[in-house]
Design a protein around this ligand. Structure first.
Ligand code: NAG
Length: 238
């Protein structure tokens, strides 16, 4: 985080070319990121409650998790909750249901894109267990559409002790769009997050028309000049 803030600072002073993403675009990009570009994978976080074992009380834990858009919810998140997993148990009764899911842009790997410049978003929500059998079926369908490989785990309504579907009802949205001279870094009002659902473009459009992350070469040269050594560039990229 510190590194990306530093890089953002550099970018602010040294790059002043392409038009900056507007606030209105940022929230649409946020929804598109969650819908398409995150590929249904995020880092799900919770906090160990008071009295937790192993001196973990009060500490956050975040682990990679599959997610899908919650059916017909306009921006809530569907999770397959496994009570055996601490990250979920921390948010199950009697603990407060609050969880945070971060989703990152998965595109741009392989071309040397700076991870520091890629979009990511943090969704703050509360976990609600889906108990209705019909609703669980709907969830199972949506989940398996997003993650066909998850059939082994998505046992469905008959296996609620092993796993059950849950809705992460989103209350707060923080978007880190990328380098601050190009993208917004901000809290979005939840009403705007919901409203932007209707403005999302098609998956195809999103994948072909997305503010591309800066390439490392261009960035390091802009920051440090053409004389930047390979080693200095590495430091920036690490
Ligand atoms: C935490 O959970 C409570 C109970 O569901 C909810 O009212 C509150 O909005 C949540 N906080 C955030 C920031 O999501």
């Amino acid at each position: 985080m510190l590194r990306s803030l530093l890089l953002t600072g550099f970018a602010l002073v040294s790059l002043a070319s392409a038009a900056r993403e507007t606030v209105e675009e940022s929230i649409i990009h946020t929804r598109e990121l969650i819908q398409y570009r995150g590929l249904g994978v995020g880092v799900l976080m919770s906090k160990y409650p008071e009295g937790a074992e192993d001196d973990t009380a009060g500490l956050p834990i975040g682990l990679q998790e599959y997610y899908a858009p919650y059916p017909e919810s306009n921006g809530d998140i569907l999770l397959l909750a496994m009570p055996v997993a601490k990250v979920f148990r921390n948010a199950l009764p009697p603990n407060p249901p609050n969880m945070t899911l971060t989703v990152s842009d998965t595109y741009g790997f392989g071309d040397g894109n700076l991870a520091a410049g890629r979009m990511r978003v943090a969704l703050f929500g509360s976990l609600e267990r889906v108990t209705d059998v019909e609703e669980s079926k709907k969830c199972r369908k949506a989940y398996l559409e997003a993650h066909p490989d998850a059939t082994w785990a998505a046992g469905g309504p008959n296996e609620p002790h092993f796993a059950f579907f849950a809705r992460l009802r989103i209350h707060k949205v923080f978007t880190f769009g990328g380098f601050g001279d190009k993208m917004q870094i901000m809290w979005h009002p939840i009403e705007n997050y919901r409203a932007a659902g209707k403005k999302m473009r098609s998956k195809k459009e999103v994948l072909s028309d997305w503010p591309e992350p800066e390439q490392p070469e261009a960035l390091t040269e802009a920051h440090f000049g053409e004389s930047a050594t390979k080693a200095e560039r590495l430091v920036v990229q690490l």
